[in-house]
Structures are given as structure tokens and as C-alpha cells.
Design a protein around this ligand. Structure first.
Ligand code: HEC
Length: 157
């Protein structure tokens, strides 16, 4: 994720205004844990830029929808967070290292019409939103799962 975003910055995308970041959620660790994943091998298609440990959380408004296997629709007010950590090898275990990035999706069908109702944000760890163009930076890739309302993650039973 970091590499992807840094590339975006180098390409001249720059920082979005603080205004755009105000929908980014806080306290997501009090939400519902959806799933976790460790991407540790270069042979995985997501290794670059998504290597490391990540966790996905959904707020109560999005909980019912994310549990639906297959076609689904999230209501306005649904929020999802994905948080990335370095994976550090520690005596036979992978443990969480430095936090790299927090990325958010916020559903508001009126406000974020151009991106099918989803607002996208990413925090560089210093409180800066590093998404300049939600459509190009985020939504085009998430469009792969249009039938799942642009959300890849499914509930780990
Ligand atoms: C190259 C494709 C790609 C791009 C670009 C991308 N994502 Fe994702 N994103 C994914 C994949 C794949 C997952 C699912 C990871 C998993 O299975 O745990 C995901 C998961 C997420 C999730 C958790 C909900 C879900 O869909 O599973 C959020 C929130 C998220 N991304 C936000 C963003 C934001 C914000 C941006 C723009 C900065 C972005 N993403 C750009 C591919 C992408």
C-alpha cells in the first residue's frame, strides 16, 4: 500500500485537504473485526504493495451487509477500515511491526456519487489523507468486485 501511495505522490497527486479527511473514522478498533491476512511471499499477486499483516474492521451499520456472501448492498453510514502493519519474524512467528497505513471506505450515496457511493481515505500515520483522486487511486481497483458493492472482504466465520 505504501509503495502504491508513494508512487501516487511522486506522480504529483500531492496531499488532499484536511477537509476531505473529516469523514475518516476513528476508534475503529471498537468496531467488528471482519478478517485478517498476512501477505509474506512475493509470489502472492498482492505482495506489492499490500505485503505485511492487515486487519479489516466494519462498523455496526455495515455489519449485516459484509456478512452476505455474494451480491450485497451497504447502507449509507457503513464504514470499513483496513489497517496495515509490517510483518516481523520473531522466533518462528510473524508479529505486527510498525503501522504503515490506515485506509477507509465510507458509504454516502449522495456525497460520493462519482465513486458509486463510497468515499475513500488513507492516513499516512501522521494524520495526512493521502488520497487525492478517490476514483483513480482506489475505486478503479475496487470495481473488480462491483457485485459485492466494491468491498472485497468477506466475513471470517
Ligand atoms: C490494486 C488494487 C487496489 C487498490 C488500488 C486499492 N485497493 Fe483497497 N483493497 C484491495 C483488495 C484486494 C482488498 C482486500 C484485502 C483482503 O482480502 O483482505 C482491499 C481492501 C480494502 C478495504 C477493506 C474493505 C474491502 O474492500 O475488503 C478498504 C477500506 C480499502 N481497501 C481501501 C482502499 C483505499 C482507501 C484505496 C485508495 C488509496 C484502496 N483501497 C486502493 C485492492 C485495492
Amino acid at each position: 500500500m505504501r509503495k502504491f501511495l508513494i508512487l501516487g505522490l511522486v506522480a504529483g497527486l500531492g496531499f488532499a485537504s484536511a477537509e476531505a479527511c473529516k469523514d475518516a473514522p476513528e476508534n475503529y478498533r471498537k468496531w467488528n473485526h471482519v478478517k485478517s491476512m498476512v501477505i509474506f511471499d512475493q509470489k502472492h499477486p498482492l505482495f506489492n504493495p499490500f505485503s505485511g499483516i492487515h486487519h479489516v474492521y466494519v462498523n455496526d451499520k455495515g455489519l449485516e451487509a459484509i456478512k452476505v456472501d455474494g451480491q450485497r448492498k451497504f447502507p449509507d453510514g457503513a464504514k470499513i477500515t483496513i489497517v496495515f502493519y509490517e510483518h516481523v519474524l520473531d522466533n518462528g512467528a510473524y508479529v505486527e511491526g510498525t503501522k504503515r497505513i490506515e485506509a477507509f471506505m465510507v458509504k454516502d450515496s449522495k456525497k460520493y456519487k462519482e465513486t458509486d457511493g463510497w468515499g475513500y481515505f488513507a492516513d499516512d500515520g501522521k494524520g495526512n489523507n493521502i488520497v487525492k483522486d478517490m476514483f483513480k487511486d482506489c475505486h478503479t481497483c475496487h470495481a473488480q468486485v462491483k457485485d459485492k458493492d466494491f468491498v472485497f472482504s468477506t466475513w471470517t466465520k
